[in-house]
Structure formats: C-alpha cells, structure tokens
Design a protein around this ligand. Structure first.
Ligand SMILES: Cc1cc2nc3c(=O)[nH]c(=O)nc-3n(C[C@H](O)[C@H](O)[C@H](O)COP(=O)(O)OP(=O)(O)OC[C@H]3O[C@@H](n4cnc5c(N)ncnc54)[C@H](O)[C@@H]3O)c2cc1C
Length: 289
C-alpha cells in the first residue's frame, strides 16, 4: 500500500498546468481530490512519475451563471455542488446525486471533474450529466473543445480525454419550464457507489404529455448510457400506469451488456434499472407538474 516514487508540482493557472501536461505527457497524472487516484497509486495500479496538483488553480473552482448556462469548474467538490443554491434550484437532480456520493469526507475532497474524468462505471454523476445533456469543456495546449457528455464516456474508466488534455468546466444548458428531475440509486452500502443509478429529466407540455424525457443510467454497464428506448416510449404520451411500466421495462433492456459481478448479477441489474427508472420517472413527473 505504498505508492511508487513520484514527483509533485502545483501550478497556479490552467495555462501552467497544460504546459506541464505537455512536458511530462503520459508519465504525468492530474491530481484533483485524489480519492480515486491515490488509492490506485497505493495499489500500484497507477504509477505516474509526476503528479500535477490542480488544487491551487482557483479558476478551476466554483459555480457561475453564464447567460442561463450554469458553469461548474472541474475542481468544484461534490459537497459544494450539492449545497449550491443555483444547482439546487435549477438542476435538483445534480444536487441530489452529488449529496449521495460516498460519505462527508469523500464529498468534501472529491471533485466533479475528477469523477467524470475517472469514469468509474459505478460513479453517480455520469448518469446525471447524460440526463442534463451537459457539455464538457476540454483544454489542451492546442486549444479548447466542447464535448457532449453523451460522447465523452467511451468505456470502463475510459473517456475522450487525451494525455495532454484537461477537463476544465462542465456546462449545463437551461431546462425548459414544466421540467422535473430525479435521481434514484441502488447503492453499495459500504461505499455508496451505484450498483445502479438512474437520473431522469422530464418536460411536460401544457396538456400534461411528455414533451421530452432524458434518462441516464450508471452502474449497470461498463459505461453510462441513455435509455433511449425508454425515452421514446414516453415521448408525446400523457404518463400513466401503462406507459410508465413500459418505459421502465424498456430501460432495463436498454442496457446492452449488463455487468455481472459480486454486487449484482446481470439479470438483477436489469431489474434494478427498471425499478429505479420507474421511481425516478414518477418523482420527476410529479415535480414537473
Ligand atoms: C470511500 C469512497 C467512496 C466513494 N463513493 C462514491 C460514490 O458513492 N459515488 C461516486 O460517484 N463516487 C464515489 N467515490 C469516488 C469519488 O467521487 C471521487 O472523488 C471521484 O471518483 C474522483 O474524483 P477526485 O476529485 O477524487 O479525482 P482524483 O482521484 O484526483 O482523479 C481521478 C482521475 O481523474 C483525473 N482527473 C482529475 N481531475 C481531472 C481534470 N480536471 N481533467 C482531467 N483529468 C482529471 C486524474 O488524473 C485521475 O486519473 C468514492 C470514493 C471513495 C474513496
């Protein structure tokens, strides 16, 4: 449980950090909250020769409004996200999920950017990012690019991020009126990680029919996914017993290759996705109405 030898540097600006990433390349790792990276280093599953600590970079922290888009800095902690008034008022699903991550210590150190970049299949926030249609701002010495959360996750612990890139901001578009949200998870009781987590964002039209629904699922497979068949089953319909049941069941089958491990079998995961989709939909629709 002792990490391999490594160097340490704490830049004060994004530009400085990017220059360091370019200089050290594959042998460097960015350090945010350290709650995933440090355990990996202790197990020697990660052995970077240089750690670039993002903790001194103030421009990476905080939450602000940018003409209706909410911008969250990558090193903003889960605790700050969960407590923020703008997040709670506009994107309650994010506050709800961030407030359920791990325990107080994890929420006080762990960061939104670290969680997304790490892409643990059992992490909560990826599902929320899919449901909120978030855009992720990625910077490198060559410039910046915006990537939709939907294209960001590429597999277990794998994202679009290249070795010289850094996630700097999460941008959340405004939600329309008559939108409700909810996050439901079956948590691992020891760690809090999602065995299955479902984030739902539903917009109703003036007749009470579903104008749009986005359902993000985490924990069930190697990477977070949108439950698109379930979303389509709801579109244009006034939600009732029959189509909620149909959508929930469809969500279970939207997971193409469910994980099968000591925490839950593949069949049980599909079942949990259906159950938690149903619960999240009921709560989101009630909130939208
Ligand atoms: C006991 C325990 C319980 C937990 N329970 C949960 C839970 O219930 N739900 C949940 O979702 N998570 C849980 N976590 C994980 C927690 O949310 C971590 O904080 C998160 O996974 C990683 O964030 P971090 O800021 O600690 O990142 P770090 O550990 O510092 O970094 C993780 C990885 O991301 C990279 N990275 C970090 N920031 C950036 C960036 N800005 N740009 C590019 N790459 C970056 C690092 O190089 C590293 O590879 C738990 C962790 C622990 C230790």
């Amino acid at each position: 449980m002792v990490p391999a030898e490594f160097g340490y540097v704490a830049p004060r600006t994004i530009t400085e950090a990017l220059a360091l990433l370019e200089r050290y390349g594959d042998s460097a790792r960015l350090l945010a909250g350290g709650h995933s990276l440090i355990p990996l280093m202790k197990l020697r599953l990660a052995m970077p020769s240089m750690l670039i600590d993002l903790g001194e970079i103030t421009e990476l922290r905080g939450i602000r409004d940018d003409s209706g888009t909410l911008v969250i800095g990558a090193t903003t902690t889960h605790a700050t996200v969960a407590a923020n008034e703008l997040v709670r008022a506009r994107y309650p699903v994010l506050a709800e999920a961030a407030g359920q991550i791990g325990d107080v210590q994890v929420r006080n150190r762990g960061t939104i950017g670290g969680s997304l970049a790490h892409a643990d299949p059992a992490a909560d926030l990826p599902a929320v990012m899919l449901a909120l249609d978030a855009q992720l701002n990625i910077c490198s010495p060559a410039g910046a690019r915006l990537v939709a959360a939907r294209s960001f996750f590429e597999g277990m612990f794998t994202t679009q991020l290249a070795a010289t890139e850094m996630l700097t901001e999460i941008r959340l578009p405004p939600l329309p009126a008559r939108t409700g949200t909810a996050y439901q998870k079956a948590a691992n009781l020891a760690s809090g990680y999602a065995i299955v987590g479902v984030a739902v964002v539903v917009t109703l039209d003036s007749d009470g029919a579903v104008a749009a629904a986005r359902i993000g699922v985490t924990g069930a497979g190697a990477q977070p996914v949108r439950a698109t068949t379930a979303e389509a089953a709801l579109a244009g319909r006034v939600p009732g017993e029959a189509n909620l049941s149909m959508a929930a069941s469809a969500a279970g089958h939207d997971i193409e290759d469910p994980l099968d491990d000591m925490h839950a079998s593949a069949d049980y995961r599909r079942h949990l996705v259906a159950v938690h989709t149903r619960r999240a939909l009921e709560r989101a629709i009630a909130a939208a109405g």
